[in-house]
Design a protein around this ligand. Sequence first.
Ligand SMILES: Cc1cc2nc3c(=O)[nH]c(=O)nc-3n(C[C@H](O)[C@H](O)[C@H](O)COP(=O)(O)O)c2cc1C
Length: 181
Amino acid sequence: MAAELNGQTPGMDVLSAIRSKRDTRAFTDRSVPDDVLGRVLDAARMAGSAKNRQPVRLIVVTDPEVIEALKGPCDFAAWIHGAPVVVVGCVERSDSIRLQFDLGRHLQNLMLAAHAEGLATCPVTVQRVADVSPILDIPETHEALMYIPLGYRAAGGEAPPAIASPRLSMDEYVSYGSFGG
Ligand SMILES: Cc1cc2nc3c(=O)[nH]c(=O)nc-3n(C[C@H](O)[C@H](O)[C@H](O)COP(=O)(O)O)c2cc1C
């Protein structure tokens, strides 16, 4: 039986999850159990936000026709019909990038929790934000900026090694005291 930690059953540890997560765009037909999805959504919910304003709302979409319609506002979403679930990330309309940062925190929590639960994900950018609102009845106060399709990984769902995205070296990525210093 898994060890208990502060009343929680630990999944993959955080550093392992961060290091091993690869964005994945192909999924099996297996549906996502409600309890698994619930834990993933709860991990997103627990993200902090500036002044605890909590401007983020998530919409869970499982209807294949609606998932198909969600491709329209995006330029790089031709593959999302393969996902059994698409989580749509909405945030209060604002000129402040702090709210977009909040949405990013929520969705990164969601993706890491999904990974720890054995689910694959990949963020999708909405290029034509206004076009999502009528599909999902999103009120004027909020806008959908990103989707997170999720499901169980199909073989070959990640970018092949030849085009997989390498990361910057630590020397390129981090400088000390000044930019490039
Ligand atoms: C903000 C953001 C937007 C992204 N938008 C898309 C997208 O619209 N469509 C897509 O297929 N992948 C999208 N991606 C996935 C990136 O292509 C992926 O994170 C990157 O290539 C690293 O992939 P890796 O996990 O294979 O290293 C997005 C990622 C981020 C962080």
